[in-house]
Design a protein around this ligand. Structure first.
Ligand SMILES: [Zn+2]
Length: 96
C-alpha cells in the first residue's frame, strides 16, 4: 500500500485511525478552546482541537514520529488530517 495523506471533511472519518497525533500541551497555540488529553505512550499532556475523533488514541508528535517514519519506509503510512487541523496549522505557520 502506498503512503497516503488525506484531508478529510468530517472527523468521523478519522475514527478508524489507530492514533491521533497531537502537539504537547506546553506548545503555545492561538486557540483558547483546545481540549487536553494524555499521550498514550509517554503520558505527557497533549492538546487538540475540540470536535475531533474520540476512538483513536492520542499520541504526542515526539512519540509518533519514529513510528511514522518507519511506516513511511515500508510504504504503509496513512495520515489523515481534518480540514480544521490543516487551517490551524497554516495559521500557526504564518504566526497569527
Ligand atoms: Zn508521547
Amino acid at each position: 500500500m502506498p503512503n497516503e495523506f488525506r484531508v478529510v471533511e468530517d472527523a468521523s472519518e478519522m475514527e478508524e485511525s489507530e492514533y491521533m497525533v497531537c502537539i504537547k500541551a506546553t506548545v503555545k497555540t492561538p486557540f483558547a478552546d483546545n481540549v487536553f488529553d494524555l499521550c498514550c505512550k509517554c503520558g505527557e499532556k497533549v492538546q487538540m482541537r475540540p470536535g475531533g475523533p474520540t476512538i483513536p488514541k492520542p499520541i504526542c508528535l515526539e512519540c509518533a514520529m519514529p513510528d511514522m517514519l518507519e511506516a513511511e519506509k515500508k510504504n504503509e503510512l496513512e495520515v489523515m488530517a481534518s480540514k480544521e487541523a490543516m487551517e490551524a496549522l497554516a495559521r500557526l505557520r504564518h504566526g497569527h
